[in-house]
Design a protein around this ligand. Structure first.
Ligand code: PLP
Length: 373
């Protein structure tokens, strides 16, 4: 397979990984119970803590993000769950809770919508909940939820809030400690721009103290064990050492850029994409718009609604012919939307090239619409 230059892969996860980060994975193995490993592991913590905004240790799991979604539920104190559902991944969080034997109530809005906090407050008032699940940046719709406000509401009602930050962590402020969050997780292949295969999570002391009282936490995802091992810069089981090499290099890169600069870069890529959607729709004379409401748009992924005459699949293929990868729509949005992932190491310049390719493809598809039927 021929190698493309950096700046051609705009899938909303996995996202593009810098070549120097990929190269780090070819270092030789080392023993995971030993000083060299502990130094490697410890060297990754300051970057991870800066990203989560915490002085707590950041757990590193050898699993995809879903593993730490499940861990968040399994280790949390017993009781009902209130799941906030507005897309594919928040739906998954609710399903995981049910699969772990929890009673789940939902606050549900249509895919592409944002939550009315008054509805969340009302649902919390109807019955007791031990937990609330919420996705910060819904990768299927590009909608951002104010998870800090949701956590405050949960706390008012005596619940803890589990936050999926897979496409927000590393791309915008999380402020775990300052906002007194309970549990936030992410994966390696989205906002952190690493290959898939690692998950990261922070749990508050209050969460982990409660977890220690939970029966049948299972073994692989026992967060109390993660907490115990991390005191000596180790993981409970054999970690993905090669991915940790990549993590070390990526954390150095992130700290060198500065987390605030990184957040500004992501906000600028979001704004540029939104602006382009409006301008391109006018230039092409088509009804195309950003799905997420203004003020609730993710810095990492934009979901764009196409007019019915253009098939998202045809668009994704036409863009691929131009050497650029973008994402199709997910679930019920598959036939009406496409997604541009502007996360990780992408730049405004690179994004500009991507948008140019998408516009070229749209022009081609609108001048020769596919025969219907
Ligand atoms: C990608 C994604 C996940 C699932 O991640 P896996 O790494 O595939 O387990 C969960 N939540 C959100 C918001 C995502 O974008």
């Amino acid at each position: 397979m021929s190698e493309k230059p950096f700046g051609s892969f705009f899938l909303p996860g996995p996202t593009e990984v810098r070549p120097e980060v990929l190269a780090a994975m070819s270092r030789p193995m080392l023993a995971h119970r030993g000083k060299a490993f502990e130094d490697l592991f410890a060297s990754c913590q300051s970057g991870l803590q800066a990203i989560f905004g915490t002085a707590r240790p950041v757990y590193v799991g050898t699993c995809s993000a879903t593993g730490f979604m499940e861990a968040g539920i399994r280790n949390a104190r017993p009781g009902r769950v209130l799941a906030l559902v507005n897309g594919q991944f928040s739906e998954r969080f609710a399903n995981i809770a049910r699969a772990c034997g929890r009673e789940v109530d939902e606050v549900r809005v249509e895919y592409g919508g944002g939550f009315d906090l008054a509805h969340v407050r009302r649902a919390l008032g109807i019955r007791d909940h031990a937990l609330v699940t919420v996705v910060h940046s819904e990768t299927s719709t590009g909608v951002l939820t104010d998870v800090h406000a949701v956590t405050a509401l949960a706390h008012e009602h005596g619940a803890m809030c589990l936050i999926d930050g897979v496409t927000s962590v590393g791309a915008m402020r999380i402020d775990f400690d300052a906002s007194e969050l309970d549990y936030v997780l992410t994966g390696s292949q989205k906002g952190l721009a690493l290959p898939p295969g690692l998950a990261f999570a922070v749990a508050s002391q209050r969460y982990i103290d409660a977890a220690a009282q939970v029966e049948h936490r299972g073994l692989y995802f026992d967060l109390v064990e993660y907490e115990r091992f991390i005191q000596k810069n180790q993981t409970p089981n054999t970690p993905a050492v090669s991915l940790l090499y990549a993590l070390q290099v990526q954390m150095e890169r992130i700290l060198a850029e500065g987390v605030e600069a990184r957040y500004r870069r992501h906000a600028a890529m979001r704004d540029a994409t939104v602006k382009w959607v409006g301008e391109a729709a006018r230039r092409l004379g088509i009804a195309m718009h950003v799905l997420a409401p203004e003020g609730q748009r993710s810095p990492t992924v934009t979901t764009i609604v196409l007019p019915a005459v253009i098939s998202p699949k045809a668009l994704v293929s036409a863009v691929a012919i131009r050497g650029i990868t973008i994402g199709g729509g997910l679930g019920p949005l598959a036939e009406s939307t496409y997604r541009i992932g502007h996360m990780g190491e992408h730049t405004l310049d690179g994004l500009g090239k991507c948008l140019c390719a998408v516009e070229g493809a749209l022009m081609e598809l609108t001048s020769n619409p596919a025969p219907s039927g």
